[in-house]
Design a protein around this ligand. Structure first.
Ligand SMILES: Cc1ncc(COP(=O)(O)O)c(C=O)c1O
Length: 446
């Protein structure tokens, strides 16, 4: 039997390429405050009399969470070493512990779809309006949410993802006003916006009126992968919040990850604003340069320190543009037909952003055409997600899927809006779009 270490080799192999990381995690493997943790192996401890226990926190973990809550002006801030996924599960549990209706923006991460199934939540969908640019999902509009709440006054909460992968932000202040007026909670998947309180102006959803936010700190801040905060606002039920996390999380949360969250909060308090305001200026410059080259960014309110480039505007498929960037030693976060997404950080040096600008300037324009993007619709829901996801299922070829009920979400990018969700019936239109998106097989209810 081979005794190779394929993963170790792959990681070392990737590092040997010497690429500049413009992807998660936020520390980029560069010198950053995270270095202050020292030897991670030595911090990899467990629940000891003096190290506290996350789910029964009353010592240093409790203090770290109180300091974080003070910094974020939250009623409570919880540490997660199980990523934003764990925060999303706990957030939905706190709002709808025994299921029921929740209004969801249709652009959402699969952790929310899974939580829906686990908690037996019945989703009421609100489609985004395609207002951010070609091939982008767009924003959840407050009027559409209000309309859904009028039709479903028994909904327990509204759940939106903002910002999305491309940095597009929905109008959280207006969404929060609608939710307050209608007496429901506003929950925000703020996975990509954990740094938002450091920007000018402060655009953190909690500070714009959201009742709870899941912040994937490791994506944009100097935190180890898996580190996230669950932020609870004043109206959010906070009793049992740790129990809610314990319901879904490991009994062995990682101390190095939790310590990196503590360290990062301290750094944010001392130096975060200055670091991010400098980055904001630098990113603005790069965007301007790209715009001058004919490569636009998303329109309307966005994360000002994220780069999303519509390279298809100059005839280059985003995936080809990503290959071009790699030739320049740059590893982007993600690419699809129309767009390349990059995550700059305060720990990048000037020369890193300069390399990115050089690579963009050298991008040869092509002739690839934008296709007509489909306008997302809502297929008929015939089962609750719980039954569809957890019940018996089978894989079928897409050619055979019409009339079947999806047991999984299918979400091609572009435009990042799911074609079908678990429990929804697949019609001919959905089938055509699945084929068009290159999806060959789908899990359906047996
Ligand atoms: C929008 C969104 N929400 C939630 C998550 C889950 O975050 P984590 O990987 O920290 O569990 C992701 C991860 O990519 C995401 O993109």
């Amino acid at each position: 039997m081979s005794n190779s270490m394929p993963l170790v080799q792959a990681l070392r192999g990737h590092l040997s390429l010497g690429r500049i990381s413009f992807h998660t995690p936020g520390h980029k493997g560069l010198p950053s405050p995270l270095d202050g943790l020292g030897d991670l192996k030595r911090l990899d401890l467990t629940e000891l009399p003096d190290t506290d226990s996350l789910y029964e926190a009353d010592g240093p973990i409790a203090q770290a969470m109180e300091l974080a809550a003070g910094f974020f002006h939250a009623k409570r801030t919880l540490l997660s070493s199980g990523g934003c996924t764990l925060c999303i599960q706990a957030m939905l549990y706190l709002a709808a512990p025994t299921g029921g209706k929740v209004i969801f923006g249709r652009t959402l991460h699969r952790s929310a779809v899974n939580a829906m199934a686990l908690l037996d939540i019945t989703p009421v969908w609100v489609l985004p309006r395609p207002d951010a640019g070609p091939g982008l999902p767009g924003r959840i509009h407050p009027d559409d949410v209000e309309d859904a709440l009028l039709r479903h006054p028994d909904a327990k909460a509204v759940y939106v993802t903002s910002p999305d992968y491309y940095g597009t932000r929905s109008d959280i202040a207006s969404l929060a006003a609608v939710c307050r007026r209608r007496g429901v909670l506003l929950l925000v998947d703020n996975a990509h916006g954990a740094h938002f309180s450091l920007l000018t102006p402060d655009i953190h959803p909690l500070h714009l009126g959201a009742d709870a936010c899941a912040d994937s700190a490791h994506k944009t801040l100097p935190v180890l992968t898996g580190g996230a905060w669950l932020q609870l606002g004043q109206r959010m039920p906070a009793e049992g919040a740790l129990d809610a996390m314990a319901l879904f999380g490991s009994t062995s949360p990682s101390y190095p990850i939790m310590a990196s969250l503590d360290l990062c909060r301290s750094w944010m308090q001392e130096k975060g604003n200055a670091a991010f305001s400098q980055l904001q200026g630098q990113v603005e410059e790069v965007k301007k340069r790209a715009e001058g080259l004919g490569i636009p960014s998303p329109k309307g309110p966005v994360d000002p320190v994220r780069l999303a480039f519509n390279t298809l505007a100059v005839g280059v498929d985003g995936r080809r543009a990503a290959e071009h960037l790699r030739l320049y030693g740059i590893e982007p976060e993600m690419s699809d037909k129309g767009w390349v997404v990059l995550l700059p950080s305060p720990f990048h040096e000037k020369r890193h952003l300069q390399r990115l600008m050089d690579a963009l300037t050298a991008l040869p324009h092509g002739t690839e055409q934008s296709e007509a993007y489909f306008a997302p619709t809502l297929p008929e829901a015939v089962e609750r997600p719980r039954a569809a996801v957890l019940g018996p299922s089978q894989w079928v070829d897409v050619e055979q899927c019409v009339g079947r009920v999806a047991a999984q979400a299918a979400c091609p990018c572009p435009p990042g809006v799911p074609l079908v969700m678990p429990g929804e019936k697949i019609d001919q239109r959905v089938q055509l779009e699945l084929i068009h998106s290159g999806i060959r097989r789908l899990k359906v209810v047996k």
